[in-house]
Structures are given as C-alpha cells and as structure tokens.
Design a protein around this ligand. Structure first.
Ligand code: ZN
Length: 255
C-alpha cells in the first residue's frame, strides 16, 4: 500500500468526521478503475470514431438510432462484466458508517448501487430503464438490452414497435428534473463535498462544489487531474481514487 498523501488523507478523514452533512460527487474517473471508459468526454476511447454531437445527441438518436446503438454497444458490453472498484466500495463504507449522506454522480453505470451505496443521485440517468420514443411507455431495460447485446439490433417497444431509448441523458436533453431536485436538497444541506473522479468540466454537476464552498462548506478533491476548485479546496489529492478512498475510509474507522 502506498504512503503518498498520508497527511492529506488524515486531514480528509478528520473533515469527514467533523462534518454534519457530507456528500460525494463522482464522475467518470470513479469508474475507469472498473474498466469503463468515459462516455461523455470527447477524446476518450468511445469517441474516437464518431462525432458525439451526431451520435449521442437526442437529435442524432431520433434520426439514426442504429448509429447510437452501434456506438454504445461497446460501453454496454463493458458494463456487463464491470465490477465496483475499491473506490466505489469505500464510498459505500463511508455511507454505512454515517460519514457520508449521499453520492451525486455523473455516471450511468450503476456501480455505486452495486457497491452498496444507498442514496445515489444519477444526474445523467442510468441504463436500468428505457422509454419508447413513439408511445412514451416506460419499461425495465433488462431483457430488452440483453437481447440487444446478443443481436446488436435496435431495441423496439413490445407494444408499438417504436424505438426504445435508455434513460440516459443525451446531448441536447435536460437532466432528469426529479433527480436534480433531490441532488439540490443534498447540496443545500452539505457542509462538505468530496469530489472523486470528476475533473468538473461538465455543467451543471461541475457547479455543485462551488455552491457548497459559497455557503462555507469544505471541499475535498480526489482526482487524477487538477480541477477549477483545487485552489479553494481544503484537501487536494491527485492520485488514483481506488487507492486513496479506501485509505480515507479506513482513517475514518480508526478515528
Ligand atoms: Zn411504444
């Protein structure tokens, strides 16, 4: 086990123990140790062969759903075999121990829940549910997507044969209002935000730490790259969160 950032880890654990209402904000970086590439960041693997605004936008989806499904299939295949990593498990442990109230995430992979986190706000949606774009019917995604993974065919509505769209937020679509509202309640209460695996480049999630800071909350950043809030954060750790978060959780347990 690494001993780098020892003082920062102790300080982060101390702040978490002192906090009345600590929440976490996670982004793609929290799932890369699970082998899932960042599906909304241009320049990353999944974007190399496509124009995101064409393929992963709601307009593009309506025009050419087969292009969207062709593109997302490699992510979906990765998701089937992906397991929560030590970072996910540490966040679940922190919630279990009462040090963390909620995880607000930009990820669509469901790995926080699979790691045991209970209060998870998925700002960019998820793949557990889908909606028919023709008749508006909502349905469980499970068997429809299993069939898609096997065949590669665009999933269609069992009722009207319309194209089915997973409940993920595409470019040009609003975030799910109920999720945003619930996340804002947590942010409004938070006196500490642990930013883990997000470079804070995608609004509006990127703006949430600033709100916590503006009402005198503390900020902890654990991310490989620097972020715009590093200058005002109480603790900044530029390292692998799958190494750092378990050490913070352990330090909390040890008091
Ligand atoms: Zn339908």
């Amino acid at each position: 086990m690494s001993h780098a950032y020892h003082d920062e880890i102790i300080r982060a654990a101390h702040l978490l123990c002192e906090a009345r209402y600590a929440i976490a904000l996670t982004g793609a970086g929290s799932s890369t140790p699970s082998g899932i590439s960042d599906f909304r960041t241009p320049g990353e693997g999944l974007w190399e062969r496509v124009n995101p605004l064409e393929v992963a936008s709601i307009r593009g989806f309506r025009k050419r759903p087969e292009a969207f499904y062709g593109w997302i299939r490699s992510l979906a295949v990765a998701l089937v075999t992906a397991e929560p990593n030590a970072g996910h498990l540490a966040l679940a442990d922190l919630e279990e121990g009462g040090w963390l109230k909620a995880v607000v995430t930009q990820n669509i992979d469901g790995l926080h829940q699979r790691a045991g986190s209970r209060e998870v706000l998925e700002l960019h949606g998820h793949l557990r549910e889908a909606t028919c774009v023709a008749c508006g019917r909502k349905m469980e995604a499970g068997t429809l997507f299993d069939r898609f993974l096997a065949s590669g065919d665009v999933p269609r509505c069992p009722m009207c044969d319309g194209v089915i769209k997973p409940s993920v937020v595409l470019f040009g679509e609003p975030l799910p209002a109920d999720v945003v509202e619930a996340a804002m309640v947590h942010v409004g209460r938070a006196d500490l935000m642990l930013v883990a695996g997000s470079s804070l480049e995608v609004a509006p999630a990127s703006l949430l730490p600033r709100q916590v800071y503006e009402h005198d909350g503390h900020l902890i950043v654990v991310n490989l790259m620097s972020t715009y809030i590093d200058d005002v954060a109480d603790v900044v750790i530029h390292a692998d969160l799958a190494d750092v978060l378990p050490r913070i959780a352990q330090a909390c347990v040890e008091g």
